[in-house]
Design a protein around this ligand. Sequence first.
Ligand code: NAD
Ligand code: UDP
Length: 389
Amino acid sequence: ASPSSTRLDLDGNPIKPLTICMIGAGGFIGSHLCEKLMSETSHKVLALDVYSDKIKHLLEPESLPWNGRIHFHRLNIKNDSRLEGLIKMADLVINLAAICTPADYNTRPLDTIYSNFIDALPVVKICSDTNKRLIHFSTCEVYGKTIGSFLPKDSPLRQDPAYYVLKEDESPCIFGPIEKQRWSYACAKQLIERLVYAEGAENGLEFTIVRPFNWIGPRMDFIPGIDGPSEGVPRVLACFSNNLLRGEPLKLVDGGESQRTFVYIKDAIEAVLLMIENPARANGHIFNVGNPNNEVTVRQLAEMMTKVYTKVSGDQPPETPTIDVSSKEFYGEGYDDSDKRIPDMTIINKQLGWNPKTSLWDLLESTLTYQHRTYAEAIKKVIAQPITS
Ligand code: NAD
Ligand code: UDP
C-alpha cells in the first residue's frame, strides 16, 4: 500500500495518522520498525536513541519521500529532561530501549537491571500520567526455563507440549538462582511487565506488551572489530556471522544443545504494525511474537548457517566448522541458559490474525546475503593488516 491510499484496520476502519515516540529507535528492531512505518504508512516518528547509525539511511537526504515524518533525537533516557516533552507530543509510545545481550547479563548485571527496570519506570509513569498508549518490549526470557527441563532426561513427558509450550496467560516464569545472573535480565523485564500491567489495572494505562522470541535479520547487533568492539560478544546470529565471515569455526556454548525458535525480523515487524494500528485488539494484551515452526538446536543453527553461507558467498566451507566452548570460558561466571522456547500463538492469532511466514532457511539466506555484502570486504582488509603492537 502506498502511504497516500487510505489504509484500513482489521475491523475495516480507516487508520488515522499517528505520532509515535519510539525509544530505542536506533537499535535492531527499531531500525526495521522505522523503515516499515516510513515506507508503508503515513505515521510520524520521534526516534529517540543514543545511536543513529542503523537509521541513518532514513534520516538523510532531505529528498527522501518521507522527509519530515521522522525526526531523530539523540538522548539517553536515563538523564534527559526532554523525554517527558517528547512523550507528550506523541499519540503512542513504543519502548525498545534496553540492554538485551546475554554477554552483558552476568558481566554488567547492574547496568542490565537498571536499563531494563529502573530506566523504563519513568516511561511507564509518564505514559500513565499523561494517558498515552504504551507498547512495551519485554522478552520471551521472562518464561525462563521450561517445566520439562526439570523432568528426568528420559521422561516421555518431555515430548508433551504441556511441559514446554510457552503461553502468555498460563506458563509460570521459572528462573535460576541469584548467582546465575543471566536471570537478572529476565527478572527486571518481568517486574516492569508487572508494573505496566498494574498501571493498566489501577490507573487505566492502555498498554500492549511484546515478548519477542529470537527475532533475527540484517542489522542485528554488530560484527566485532568492524562496527563494534573487537572483544564484544553480540547475540548468536552476529557471533556466527562473524565466524563465517572470518572463516573461523563457530563456537558452540556448552555443546550447542539449547533450542531456539527464530523468526524473521520482517515477519515480526508485521505483527508490531498490527498492534500499532489495531489498539482495540491489542490493548491489555501480552503477545508472544515468534515462529514455532523454526525450531533448531544451536548446533543445528550453526550447521545450517554454514551451509547457507557457503552457498551465498561462494567460499569453501571451513575445515573445522564448529568447536565446543564452555559457557564459563565464553561468557564468564554466572551464565545460565534457557533450554527451549516454543511460543504459543493462540492469543496473537485470535487478536490480530498474525502468523509468521518465513522459513529458517529462507531467512538465513537473505540475512547472510546481507552480511556477506555488507562485511566481507571490510573483514578481508582487517585480516590482511599486519598486527602492530
Ligand atoms: P538493540 O540493542 O539493537 O536496541 C536497543 C536500542 O535501545 C539500542 O539502539 C540502544 O542504543 C537503545 N538504548 C538503550 N538504552 C538507552 C537509553 N538509556 N537511552 C536511549 N536509548 C537507549 O536491541 P533489539 O534487539 O532491537 O531489542 C529491542 C527490545 O526488544 C529490547 O527491549 C529487548 O529486550 C527486546 N527483545 C528483543 C529480542 C530480539 O530477538 N531481538 C528478544 C527479546 C527481547
Ligand atoms: N551461543 C553459542 N555460540 C555463540 C553465541 C551464542 O553457542 O557464539 C548460544 C548461547 O549460549 C545460547 C544461544 O546461542 O544458547 C542463543 O544466544 P543469544 O545470545 O542469541 O541469545 P538468547 O537466545 O540466549 O537470549
